[in-house]
Design a protein around this ligand. Structure first.
Ligand code: SF4
Length: 465
C-alpha cells in the first residue's frame, strides 16, 4: 500500500509557475520509474501550469491528480493500483477532482485500469502527453472517460511525428533531455518496446534548440535520455546522425559544461563514441552500460545480442582510452532458467569488470514477454543470489572508493547534503557523489576541485583544494 500521507515528495512534481495566468486550482503528479518518466512528469507539470494550475504537495486537496506509472517491474504497478484505490475515496467526496493515469502501465493495462478504477477520468499512453491539457479541460467540463494510447511510427519509418516539448521557464542546474523514444531490441524480459513503441530519434535540430534554451536559462549539465541512447540518429529526415556526432554538436553550445547520457546498448557501442569520451571535455568520463547477465547462455536467453567477451572488449577499450572512467551497470538476478553455473558467471563478470557501482534487481515477470513464459527460478533462491551479488558489489565499490583517497576530483557543486546541511555535495566527472565542507565563496553550479579523504560505499568525502 502507498498511503497518501506517505507519498514521496521526491517523486512528486511541484515546480514554481510563471504566475502570469489566473490560478484555476492545484495539481499533484505522482511518478514511478525511470528518468524518462521523471522527465515526462516535468512535461505534464508544465502543461498543467500553462492551463493555470499550480503545484500542490498534497493529493488530498489537489484539483488534478496524475499518476505517471511504470511497468518495468510488478511492484510499481501494485503501488499505482493501491494509490488509485485511495483516490477513489477522495473522488467520492470531491467528484470534481480530475484523475488521470499516464505512462507505461497506462499504455499496456488501460482496460484493466478502467475496470478496476472506474473513477479515473482519462488514460494517456507514453506518446500522448501533449493531449493531457485537452483531456483535463474535457474532464472539468464533465466529460467522463477518455483514453489516448496511439504509439507513432512503425519500425524504420522516417520520424515525422515527434512529441511537442516544453522547456521549464526557470533554469535548473541539471536537466534531462530525451533524444530517442522506444526500443527495437526486444530483450525477452522487457516490456519497453510494447509500452514505448518502436525506436525513434528526435531530430537533431530540436535537441540542439532545447539544449541551447536550457543553457540560456542557466542549465550547466544535461543528461541525454534514450532506451538505447547510443543507437540515436537512425531514420531521421535529415539523414543518419551518429550519437558521437550529436555529442560533439551539443558540446559546442555555450554554457553547457557537462554532458551525460543513459543508457547505451553494448552492441551499438563503437570506437567513435570512445574517442568522443576521451577527446571532448564536456562529455563526462562515465558510462552506465547495462550488462544484465554474466554468462553467454543467459545473455542469449535474454536476447541481449552480445557476449561477455564482446562486452569485455568495450570495457577494455574504454579503460585504455580513459583509465579513470567511471563504469556502472545493471544486472538481473534470477532470470528464468538461471543455473548455478550461469549465476557463477555473473559473479565472475562482476569481479572481472569491477564496476564502480551497479543496480542489481531480482527478475520480475512482465506479462506478454517471452521470459514470462520460461521456467521461473524459485523466488527464495533468486533473493539469496541477489543478496550475495549485492554483497560482492558493495565490497568492490568500497575498495575502489577507498583506493581513490588522495586523488583530486572536479566536482559540480549542487548544494547542501540532504542529511547534513553543513556538508555540501556534488558529482565528479566520473559520477561519484562527493561530499565536502563548503566555503562562503562557493555557490551551486561552481566547478571545484576536491581531494578525496575518505571512500565509502556511496561515494567520497573530501576537502576543497
Ligand atoms: S534494450 Fe532491451 S532492456 Fe533495454 S529497453 Fe530495449 S528491450 Fe528493454
Amino acid at each position: 500500500m502507498t498511503p497518501l500521507s506517505n507519498v514521496s515528495l521526491l517523486t512528486n512534481i511541484s515546480r514554481p509557475t510563471s504566475g502570469s495566468r489566473t490560478q484555476r486550482g492545484t495539481y499533484f503528479i505522482q511518478t514511478w520509474g525511470c528518468q524518462m518518466n521523471e522527465e515526462d512528469s516535468e512535461q505534464m507539470a508544465l502543461y498543467l501550469q500553462e492551463l493555470g494550475f499550480v503545484p500542490s504537495q498534497n493529493p488530498r486537496e489537489a484539483h488534478v491528480v496524475l499518476l505517471n506509472t511504470c511497468s518495468v517491474r510488478k511492484k510499481p504497478e501494485d503501488k499505482a493500483f493501491s494509490f488509485l484505490g485511495e483516490l477513489k475515496l477522495l473522488k467520492d467526496s470531491r467528484p470534481d477532482m480530475v484523475v488521470g493515469v499516464c505512462g507505461c502501465m497506462a499504455q499496456v493495462r488501460a482496460d484493466e485500469i478502467k475496470q478496476r478504477a472506474p473513477h479515473v477520468d482519462f488514460i494517456v499512453g507514453t506518446a500522448q502527453i501533449s493531449s493531457i491539457p485537452g483531456l483535463v479541460e474535457e474532464a472539468l467540463q464533465g466529460k467522463r472517460f477518455a483514453k489516448r494510447l496511439e504509439l507513432p511510427e512503425r519500425k524504420g519509418a522516417i520520424v515525422t511525428q515527434i512529441p511537442q516539448r516544453n522547456v521549464e521557464r526557470k533554469g535548473k542546474l541539471k536537466a534531462f533531455v530525451p533524444i530517442q523514444y522506444g526500443c527495437d531490441k526486444f530483450c525477452t524480459f522487457c516490456i519497453v518496446p510494447t509500452t514505448r513503441g518502436r525506436e525513434r530519434s528526435r531530430p537533431t535540430e530540436h535537441i540542439v534548440e532545447e539544449v541551447r534554451r536550457l543553457a540560456e536559462l542557466g542549465t550547466k549539465e544535461v543528461t541525454l535520455l534514450g532506451q538505447t541512447v547510443n543507437s540515436y540518429g537512425k531514420n531521421l529526415a535529415e539523414g543518419r546522425v551518429p550519437f558521437s556526432k550529436l555529442l560533439k554538436i551539443l558540446s559546442g553550445i555555450p554554457g553547457i559544461e557537462r554532458i551525460r547520457y543513459t543508457s547505451p546498448y553494448p552492441r551499438d557501442f563503437k570506437s567513435d563514441l570512445v574517442e568522443v569520451i576521451r577527446d571532448v571535455p564536456q562529455v563526462m568520463e562515465h558510462c552506465h552500460m547495462p550488462l544484465q547477465g554474466g554468462h553467454d547462455t543467459l545473455l542469449k536467453r535474454m536476447k541481449r545480442l552480445y557476449t561477455v567477451e564482446s562486452y569485455a572488449e568495450i570495457v577494455r577499450e574504454l579503460r585504455a582510452a580513459v583509465p579513470w572512467i567511471g563504469l556502472t551497470t545493471d544486472v538481473i538476478v534470477g532470470f528464468p532458467g538461471e543455473t548455478e553455473e550461469e549465476f557463477e558467471g555473473t559473479i565472475a563478470a562482476m569481479e572481472r569488470f569491477r564496476f564502480d557501482g551497479a543496480f542489481m534487481f531480482k527478475y520480475s515477470p512482465r506479462p506478454d514477454t517471452p521470459a514470462a513464459e520460461m521456467e521461473q527460478v524459485d523466488s527464495a533462491l533468486a533473493s539469496r543470489r541477489l543478496d550475495h551479488l549485492i554483497d560482492i558489489q558493495r565490497k568492490i565499490t568500497l575498495e575502489i572508493n577507498e583506493n581513490l583517497v588522495g586523488q583530486s576530483f572536479e566536482v559540480m557543486v549542487e548544494g547542501p547534503s540532504h542529511k547534513d546541511k553543513s556538508v555540501w555535495q556534488g558529482y565528479s566527472r566520473c559520477f561519484r557523489m562527493v561530499h565536502f565542507t563548503p566555503t562562503d565563496s562557493i555557490t551551486p553550479g561552481d566547478l571545484v576541485s576536491v581531494v578525496a579523504k575518505r571512500g565509502h560505499p556511496f561515494g567520497l568525502s573530501g576537502e576543497l583544494e
